[in-house]
Design a protein around this ligand. Sequence first.
Ligand code: ADQ
Length: 474
Amino acid sequence: MPGAVGTVNDIDAQSTPTPKRPLVIAANRLPVALNDDGEWETSPGGLVRALLPIVQESEGAWVGWTGQADSAADIIHTDGIEMHPVPISADEMERYYEGFANDTLWPLYHDAIKESNFDGDDWNAYVAVNERFAVRIANIAPANALVWIHDYHLQLVPAMLRAQRSDVRIGWFNHIPFPPLELFQRLPWRTEIIKGLLGADVLGFQRERGARNFIAAAHQLVDATEVDDNLVNFDGRNVHVGNFPISIDVDEFELLASGRAIRQRTAQIRTRLGDPEVILLGVDRLDYTKGIGARLRAFGRLLDSGRLDPERHVMVQIATPTRQGVELYQEERREIEQIVGEINGVHARLGFPVIHYLHQMLPLGELIPLYRAGDVMLVTPFRDGMNLVAKEYVAAHVDGDGVLVLSEFTGAADELEDALLVNPHDEHTFDDVIVRAVEMHRHERRPRMEAMRKAIESANVSMWARSFMDVLDT
Ligand code: ADQ
């Protein structure tokens, strides 16, 4: 098997110059939101912070949807860069975004843990929106630009753009897993997707396994041949296929987590929760891939059996609202809220819930003290491309303490080997691992946390961006 190339560990970000060519980013969403005064503001987030300076310095642009159906926004100027909105109608939002992207591709690419909906009209909307993105990029990209397309929403754009602009270099990065051939070939439009992606010069995946899955699919479905390590030939062109594990802004998390206000808030959170011996924490988008229900059930079983004690062990679950227009997400929310109610009904005491559940988006200033207050972090998805929450928890633990329980089905498990790895489908082991985490002595906790902190410090999100750009800019 070919070795991984282009991983963030290989490069030294400081010594890598900003590319000479302009950089155009294309993603489903623009990194902006309307503020209370009706002005566009850049949304916070590690990915945006890593990419914005490169776009600014290179005088590039960003192409994407504003998130509002039927909005006809003109070019948006924020943070010294041009944002080009791609309009999407209410019908397309239902068919392209909620339908094909999030009800067909999302479950299929996550091990088909839920049945995908295969609908020809949704596919047609996906093709139409991808074509609109390609045209917009072709119209605005400076000569010889680097175009970096993000994620599963835009898999047809590479070939569509290549057909219009032969001067630009085209990269695509998949934030979610790329499934094995056996699952991918269920997709009625599998050949179109593979051909769409092969229009790129560089295809990036979170894990080497994703890159291998893509290469196998490209070979089987369109007879693309692997000519060298991480190099696939199709239609007379070579395409680089590699893994580029994404990370977070480690310095920022460490800095924020070390501040006095955050320390005070951390102490306040502990008091508010009734000063339990151990706080177990989950932070996820409310998505069925994240395994929130299985995790809560494990906590409930441990309380039922007396292996955990509601007076000493308390769980906090933060679940961010997400994709609320999709039926599977509405079902997931109902199920999770029922489990929380059942467990609290049996094990809470007046004024002291045993599970504190918030279905809310939180500012970073609240999320970081929660990470710091969490003695045991439970990151247990059934499948996840990377999982940044795991890395954020480790970065926030500037105190060198804390235990991470991490699903082996996340990309992060490749790097965070000193977490307690778990198979969330295996109830018996899952329970044992949680108890082990809760009872772990500080002599074991601290070296494990130290090793995990080293692992993330050697690979931050800027290095990730540079490593991809290095391969694209050749
Ligand atoms: P997501 O599925 O969204 O991302 P993840 O990587 O965990 O998953 O990122 C979630 C982000 O949302 C984190 O930065 C976290 O801090 C934030 N968040 C979660 N709950 C929050 C809350 N209640 N309030 C505020 N912020 C909250 C997709 C893929 C992942 C991949 C990323 C990046 O599914 O596998 O790691 O992209 O490539």
